[in-house]
Ligand binder design. Structure first.
Ligand code: SF4
Length: 473
């Protein structure tokens, strides 16, 4: 079954956003955190004279990959297999979860340590693991906070961004039984470190996602900043990686472009502290067995729509979230998906064949801030409009479709437009208040319930122009 976390059951964005807007603590946490990251990003991006060329290169590489995805996926499979890895293909979330569970159970293991991976949140892997009596331990600090609090991620890069330090301290005190825990950031990271260290040394199965899968070498790359990822992909004897098929890049050399863009866009750092790249297995060095599961889960359907396929170019840096005036007010939970903000608004409904989350493409002011900051130049505003068109074509009520048809007829000819204006002028009379119409009867009342409608002027431009011509000598 194709699944994007619990997005298919989430409430519509306007309902969830209203709830989020009523939580001042959440709004303050989100505003403060996004402002810090945005400012850091602006400084390090400003240092790069070739930033625009890098963005252009990244866009071109990704577009090239999407045009030849079948070729690069097979190239990756062959290279990874030659290096001693095992490659599996998963059509959807359930198939991916089943494959991962079978591999773990095949080794008689009951616990795994996980690097931060949104793709496993997409398939709801942790729920499937727990149902199979396998215990997953999140090792990324923010993901650990989410797991301990039975919470949901609200940001792509900083999943616990909606929590402040006091809330995290209270959570750690309660769940780790640390009554004397101090309030400083170092106290909190030391507590997490002590909690996780024992698991790093004991658990035999590591699990990761991937930022990039490199076709020509069959390598996998994970970018992170805490060092937990490095532990998860080197200490266990068995390593399983789940990768969305769009994460393929053609060559090892292409990493040069993406690693410069990703760290600056995601966290405002010049370079990421830990870039782990591995190729298959090597005797006496790291895991003895390596499996990679290549996940479709709706991606090939996104690929089929030429007007919006560049959604798959995304490298999950979250710069568009931090720049978005809507996200900065509501935070991520209002999007009802693990993918929030502008990229979530276009990715989530498309992965689900536009059957769910159809309120998300409207969760945007179309200001273009997301496009300006996107390191791979995804034209999010254009895709939002394209998706709105698809939604209207598929779901618009009969009345709206008839109304649009009537408008098209009226606007198609100047004399028809003139008649329509005269009719509208007469019809608005009982509802007109000064220069606007404030309340219209059903079904048009839905429009005026939250907006004023400018009144049809007493004279159209054409009528004024015709009169002026008559007055000319
Ligand atoms: S759409 Fe662009 S800015 Fe947004 S997360 Fe993806 S790569 Fe980053």
């Amino acid at each position: 079954m194709i699944r994007v976390g619990d997005a298919a059951k989430a409430p519509e964005f306007p309902v969830a956003a209203k709830r989020a807007l009523g939580n001042p603590q959440l709004r303050q946490n989100v505003r403060r955190a996004t402002e810090i990251i945005r400012n850091k990003r602006a400084i390090v991006v400003g240092e790069m004279p070739d930033w625009e060329q890098l963005r252009e290169s990244a866009h071109e590489i990704k577009e090239h990959v999407l045009r030849h995805l079948d070729f690069y996926l097979e190239q990756f499979e062959n290279a990874c297999t030659r290096a001693g890895g095992h490659v599996h293909w998963a059509r959807d979330a359930d198939e991916a979860n089943r494959l991962v569970i079978d591999i773990i159970q095949g080794h008689g293991e009951r616990e795994i340590i996980k690097v931060k991976t949104m793709t496993s949140d997409e398939t709801r892997l942790n729920v499937a693991l727990e149902a199979a009596a396998i215990v997953p331990y999140e090792t990324d600090l923010a993901d650990l906070i989410i797991q301990l609090g039975h919470d949901r991620p609200s940001h792509i890069v900083v999943p616990a961004l909606h929590k402040n330090r006091a809330e995290i301290r209270e959570l750690f005190q309660r769940t780790m039984k640390l009554e004397t825990l101090g309030p400083e950031p170092q106290d909190l990271t030391n507590a997490a470190r002590a909690f996780l260290r024992e698991k790093f040394l004991r658990v035999k199965v590591g699990f990761s996602g991937a930022n990039f899968a490199i076709a020509d070498t069959g390598s996998v790359c994970v970018v992170e900043s805490e060092g937990n990822g490095r532990m998860c992909v080197t200490l266990p004897t068995l390593l399983v990686t789940l990768v969305g098929i769009e994460k393929i890049i053609p060559t090892f050399g292409d990493l040069e472009v993406f690693l410069q863009l990703l760290s600056r866009s995601a966290t405002g750092e010049r370079m990421n502290p830990y870039n782990s790249i591995w190729t298959g297995v090597r005797l006496g060095d790291g895991p003895e067995e390596f499996h990679v599961v290549l996940l479709d889960n709706g991606r090939t359907k996104v690929l089929a729509d030429e007007a919006s396929r560049e959604t798959l170019d995304c490298i999950r840096c979250a710069a568009c979230l931090n720049a978005c005036p809507v996200y900065r007010q509501t935070g991520g939970h209002a999007y009802g998906s693990i993918y929030s903000g502008p990229i979530g608004a276009i990715l989530t409904p498309q992965l689900q064949s536009m059957e769910h989350s159809t309120s998300l493409p409207y969760a945007s002011s179309l200001c273009g801030a997301c496009y300006e900051v996107c390191p791979v130049k995804i034209n999010i505003p254009e895709i939002l409009i394209h998706l709105r068109r698809r939604i209207v074509d598929a779901h618009a009520p009969l009345g709206e479709r008839l109304g649009m048809k009537a408008a098209a007829i009226a606007f198609g000819d100047s004399s028809r437009l003139s008649i329509a204006q005269k009719l509208a002028r007469a019809a608005q009379w009982p509802f007109k208040r000064g220069d606007h119409v404030s309340t219209l009867p059903w079904p048009l009342g839905a429009w005026t319930a939250t907006r004023d409608l400018p009144a049809v002027p007493s004279e159209s431009f054409r009528e004024w122009w015709a009169k002026r011509d008559r007055r000319q000598p």
